[in-house]
Design a protein around this ligand. Sequence first.
Ligand code: GUN
Length: 283
Amino acid sequence: MTAQLIDGNALSKQLRGEVTRRASALKARGITPGLAVILVGDNPASQIYVRNKVKACEDSGLHSVLEKYDAALSEDDLLGRIAALNRDPAIHGILVQLPLPGHIDAQKVIESISPDKDVDGFHVASAGALLVGRPGFWPCTPYGCMKMLESIGYDLKGRHAVVIGRSNIVGKPMALMLLQKNATVTVCHSATPDLSAITRQADVVVAAVGKRNVLTADMVKPGAVVIDVGMNRNDQGKLCGDVDFDGVRQVAGWITPVPGGVGPMTITMLLVNTLEAAERTAG
Ligand code: GUN
């Protein structure tokens, strides 16, 4: 079997088209959805990520503000900027790019963002809302994975979904989203013995570890759906995921590529969350 590809670029294009249309409708009512992106320091990867986020806003007709600060910015000054953005009616979403310099308490900064503007979905109020199934912003990467499953018409009810990785940003919220769709969910992590015995039972595997070849062909049930959240470099410096793509695609039923899979979906769901935040203020 050769797996069918779930194309994150194509799905993103479609969803961003919807964002553009909904943003125009809001603008006609005098509201331009606005995202503030804060970058502290000069982490090269973060610089690329924030540039891509701001460009995606522009391409979809959203207003965006990029605030760049020196790595020496104090925690108090950062909290002051967030307080001002919380009050700013032109800003519907606030994103503080992580990681932050070591002298700043990232969790404290995230908790200072108004939950109504927490388009990253990292605030404890957003995490709590997801846990109990109340409305709130979902973290963009697992939200994007759910959209990819939806795009192939996959019914999760009664299926065994295995998540590899337990980060607050991907693994844990991913497990909750799958559970909300009535999957039976197993979360595996670095202390899980015999990972392959578990993944071989999975109808859906989400690999979110940040390490190459975490999932190989012998670990996958024929026909399973494989979602690869990883962003790594191989020995030739080429972008690759957590999944051994060439091997696993011979066994799986569906698979997301890297690049062109989950990556573009993450930014797309940030646009969706920002638009939604603006729509909520519009009533
Ligand atoms: N750093 C790496 N990924 C992310 C993300 O999705 N949001 C933020 N704010 N920082 C990140």
